[in-house]
Design a protein around this ligand. Sequence first.
Ligand SMILES: [Fe+2]
Ligand SMILES: [Fe+2]
Length: 247
Amino acid sequence: MGGDPLASAWFTALSVSFPRGEDFFIATLRAYRGDLPPRLAADVRAFIAQEANHAREHTLFNRLASEAGYDLTAIDARLLAFIAETSATSSFVNLVVTACLEHFTAIIAHDVLARPDTFTGVAPEVLALWQWHATEEIEHKAVAFDTWMYAARRLSRWRRWKIRCLIMLKVTALFVSHRTRDALELMAQDGVTGHTAKRQLRRYLWGRDGALRRLVPAWARWFRPGFHPWNGQDQARIQTAKIEAIA
Ligand SMILES: [Fe+2]
Ligand SMILES: [Fe+2]
């Protein structure tokens, strides 16, 4: 990330979580594929194809990070154990967790496309990877949510709202604490440790215009009773990104 140890640790921590996370999303939606109306089933098939491609490309990115000197084995082992534990709950819980994490990826994706300054000095292929992934995350950002709404269609609106909000709070706490821990581990490998590392990362994520702090308003939209991922303004942004990619 242009030589910035904080951004490098943060984006590598995100990337390391993607292949296993995306495998989990694919397995979760695959379990529902047969029961969906045809249009949603087609969306799920396209979603699965996109996530499989992301997992493949981020595996390559993670290999580059390993070759550059990061040891990712402990982070990957924790992810594997954590995902195995989550997967063992129920397909319904896995679906809500997937919809929550897809909200996370969609708002991070929006930020990646809206804030190219984050990637100043980054190698063009690495920038292209993040922008391509971000564009596709926005493109399919409602698929897990719509699948969950369909699976939960017999529940009352109030119960649906309560379940997705409670699970979002838990998913948020775990996502933020796990990625922070992973980023600190990578910073330690770069020689930044102890209080200094914690202070620097806290400022990077939560300080004024911090990488996570600036996502809070978009994150909070999830808690509105009538929330749907396409309530935002992203259509124009992915059209622009696609046109630029073609050009
Ligand atoms: Fe993805
Ligand atoms: Fe996704």
